[in-house]
Design a protein around this ligand. Structure first.
Ligand SMILES: [Zn+2]
Length: 113
C-alpha cells in the first residue's frame, strides 16, 4: 500500500495531482485559494491523503523472471531473478513475487507475450 496527497474540496473538486508530500498539497491548496480570492471567492479544498495499491507486472522470458511497476510492466524494476536447475522455477517465482509485494505492489500476470 502506498499513498499520495491531493487537494480536494466538495465545491472545487480535486486538483488532479498526486503530490508526494503533504507540504506540496498544502501549497497547492494555497495556490487555489489565492486564485479564487482574485475572483472574489474562496476555495474549500483541503489536504487529503489517498491510499492505493499500485500494480506491478510479472514477466517471464527464457529463464529470466522480472517484476516491473505498472500495469504494462514498463516501470521501475522491482525484483529480478534467473532460475535454473539449482534454483527451482517455482521457488524463484515465489521469491520475486514476495520481493515486489513487500514493496507494496500487487502483482498481475501477463496475458500472452
Ligand atoms: Zn495539487
Amino acid at each position: 500500500m502506498k499513498s499520495y496527497f491531493e487537494a480536494r474540496g466538495n465545491v472545487r473538486g480535486t486538483c488532479g495531482h498526486k503530490h508526494q508530500t503533504e507540504a506540496a498539497a498544502e501549497k497547492c491548496c494555497k495556490r487555489d485559494m489565492d486564485g479564487c480570492k482574485t475572483q472574489g471567492g474562496y476555495s474549500d479544498r483541503f489536504v487529503s491523503e489517498v491510499e492505493y495499491t499500485p500494480l506491478a507486472k510479472f514477466i517471464e522470458r527464457r529463464g529470466e523472471l522480472q517484476v516491473r511497476a505498472g500495469e504494462k510492466g514498463r516501470g521501475k524494476l522491482l525484483s529480478f531473478s534467473y532460475w535454473s536447475g539449482n534454483l527451482g522455477r517455482g521457488e524463484a517465482i515465489a521469491a520475486v513475487l514476495r520481493e515486489a509485494e513487500e514493496q507494496g505492489y500487487e502483482v498481475i500476470y501477463a496475458d500472452d507475450e
